[in-house]
Design a protein around this ligand. Structure first.
Ligand SMILES: *[C@@H]1O[C@H](CO)[C@@H](O)[C@H](O)[C@H]1NC(C)=O
Ligand SMILES: *[C@@H]1O[C@H](CO)[C@@H](O)[C@H](O)[C@H]1NC(C)=O
Ligand SMILES: *[C@@H]1O[C@H](CO)[C@@H](O)[C@H](O)[C@H]1NC(C)=O
Length: 475
């Protein structure tokens, strides 16, 4: 009843707020719209279908979205399958997840492939036009995966989630993100590219396919109805994700941007990006199979590198890659923790507003390295020899109580600053109580505190929720 009352008030308000807007004098057509808008929103609230007016709160009676409500559609190809399946097995949980890998041709199935999603062969798409000069027409096969998955008729599906065969998902965080949205409404959720030029070429309105994106069930139904014709209207597009976006534009559904999906259109050392992750759950990583990209130095084996996230993901996936910033007052150091991945110690005092920007340890898709290359703020690589951070990567010796980070040794610079050198620290132990409810609250950075220790060459840090008026500043 209370809700109905609020809805009625809202509907009156809407009528008042929007009336002037809907009343331009120029065109008869607009007046027609104007009248219908007023009559459905204003004078006769009893007959109004109010569920159309109030913006989609998730009804309390409905069970929260969990993994079983998601169906994954993973785009792959016979050629790369044997290599790429290793990435999928890093995050796929066969008894808890549903989904299919879509291939162009049959592949040989190995005995230990039964822990992977079902393999399916995409339908023939040769009747569709493809005219992009540099792209590949497999884009049409891949763009059809959402519709093909829907046509399988699986039960109790709320979301279709698309990804590439080299997309690494953090499943529990994906669920956390999708729980925020009403699966009974139209939603297209994902993120853009890190590369500004890529977004200019494709679109800032597009969910990049490699970063993964989610489409709600009713939106997938609407898409399926129109997708074949929609594909035919855009023969000149390059990929599969821009074809989805073109159809979304025709359906009038905008991208709902979630910052934890990572296309990673970047090359090089990704530590700068991941040490300053936005305050949002880490949902996906992509392009880690590329030769030039690495998240840990000196690791040739890309799959083994990602395995190092398994334990922190199990311990506290909500906290994975969340950055906290604190100061060692006695030694005049700034400390940044990206939980489950890396700790960095800097000489001197860096402000929170600088530390929260990714350091440009990487270049963009066109190998541009300056601050205009990216679709977000960055800070330059530390050039001054005293400001180069000491970097500690998560070790495999992490216990259930703490994550342990070990110094990545590089040639020492002889810094002349009169303050202790972080080179005396070789191990950082980070204590953090798992907090699965982190994202049920409005986003706020975690806080870290340097704890006293008698352990040699070791720094001990506690990470947890910030107190109400706790701030990140030295004094
Ligand atoms: C109101 O709209 C909702 C959602 O579109 C629909 O499920 C419901 O049946 C409608 N109710 C009436 C009374 O038309
Ligand atoms: C997921 O939600 C459904 C209700 O839609 C429920 O039946 C099921 O037990 C839940 N699964 C898990 C693993 O919580
Ligand atoms: C701390 O470092 C800053 C440089 O970032 C310097 O200006 C200041 O004098 C140092 N303070 C101490 C006590 O070493």
């Amino acid at each position: 009843m209370a809700c109905l009352f609020i809805c009625m008030i809202l509907s009156y308000l809407f009528a008042f707020i929007y009336k002037p807007y809907y009343c331009p004098k120029q065109s008869f057509l607009v007046h027609q719209q104007d009248n219908s808008a007023i009559s459905s929103l204003g004078p006769t609230p009893k007959k109004t279908n109010l569920s159309l007016i109030v913006s989609n709160p998730v009804p309390n009676s409905v069970e929260k979205t969990n993994l079983s409500h998601i169906v994954f559609g993973i785009a792959s190809s016979a050629k790369l399958w044997n290599k790429r399946k290793q990435y999928i097995s890093l995050w796929w949980r066969p008894n808890e997840m549903r989904g299919n890998v879509w291939l162009d041709k049959h592949v040989k199935v190995e005995p230990n492939d039964n822990g992977l999603p079902h393999l399916r062969i995409s339908s023939d798409t040769s009747k569709f036009k493809y005219k992009h000069k540099e792209g590949h027409r497999s884009a049409i096969r891949i763009t059809s995966i959402v519709s093909e998955t829907l046509r399988l008729g699986m039960k109790n599906v709320r979301w279709f989630v698309m990804g590439d065969d080299d997309t690494f998902f953090v499943p529990d965080n994906l669920v956390k993100v999708l729980q925020k949205y009403d699966h009974n409404s139209y939603y297209y959720i994902g993120s853009t590219s890190e590369s500004h030029l890529q977004n200019i070429d494709f679109s800032y309105n597009m969910a990049y396919g490699g970063g993964g994106f989610a489409i709600s069930y009713p939106l997938a139904m609407a898409l399926e109805k129109m997708q074949d014709k929609c594909i035919q209207r855009y023969p000149g597009l390059y990929g599969s994700d821009d074809r989805i976006q073109a159809c979304m534009a025709e359906l009038g559904v905008p991208l709902t941007k979630e910052k934890g999906f990572h296309q990673f259109d970047v090359y090089g050392n990704l530590v700068g990006l991941l040490a300053a992750h936005p305050i949002a759950p880490l949902v996906s990583l992509h392009h880690l199979d590329m030769e030039a990209n690495y998240i840990f130095p000196n690791t040739k084996d890309k799959v083994a590198a990602l395995k190092r996230f398994r334990r922190p993901m199990k311990m506290d996936s909500a906290g994975l890659m969340q950055q906290s910033i604190c100061y060692d007052k006695n030694r005049n150091w700034t400390v940044s923790v990206s939980w489950g991945y890396v700790v960095q110690i800097f000489r001197g005092t860096f402000l929170a507003r600088d530390m929260e920007l990714p350091e440009r340890t990487f270049v963009d898709w066109r190998h541009k390295a300056d601050n205009t290359a990216f679709s977000f703020n960055t800070r330059p690589n530390s050039m001054h020899k005293c400001q180069i951070p000491f970097v500690y990567y998560i070790s495999t010796a992490t216990t259930s109580a703490a994550t342990e980070y070990l110094l990545h040794k590089t040639p020492l610079q002889n810094c002349e600053w009169q303050m202790p050198t972080p080179s005396q620290i070789e191990i950082v132990d980070v204590y953090k109580t798992p907090n699965p409810y982190l994202w049920d609250k409005p986003p706020r950075r975690n806080c870290c505190r340097i704890l006293p220790t008698t352990k040699r060459r070791t720094m001990v840090i506690d990470v947890g929720e910030c107190k109400e008026d706790e701030i990140i500043a030295l004094r």
